[in-house]
Write a protein of this length. Sequence first.
Length: 124
Amino acid sequence: MTIHHNWIHDTTQRNPSADNLLYAHLYNNYLQNISSYGNLSRGSTKIVLENSYFDAVNNPWNIDDTTKGQLKQSGSIAVNCTGKQVTGGSAFTPSSFYSYTLDPAADVPTVVKTYSGPQAGISM
């Protein structure tokens, strides 16, 4: 599962939490005002978290202690955050499956807010 360039705000949990997936690649997401947890690896899921931006998030990234999940984080920014920022395991290498380009984490709030929601130039 790959999730990128999303603005998730004013929620409690499952932002996303990945449960019983072999691989989850989360990058360039903007999480804001989250009260319980941001990204959580559960049920042996291997998460790679890259260049995301966390603002006012409790437990920005974590591994469920009762499972064998893995979470490898790089390049993310956490501001005004509390709680756990837990990593562990080697997870996997997303570029061995597909190519992708990371935006700098500092640019993620602007990029995601600019291009979220209805866009006049997009038609079906």
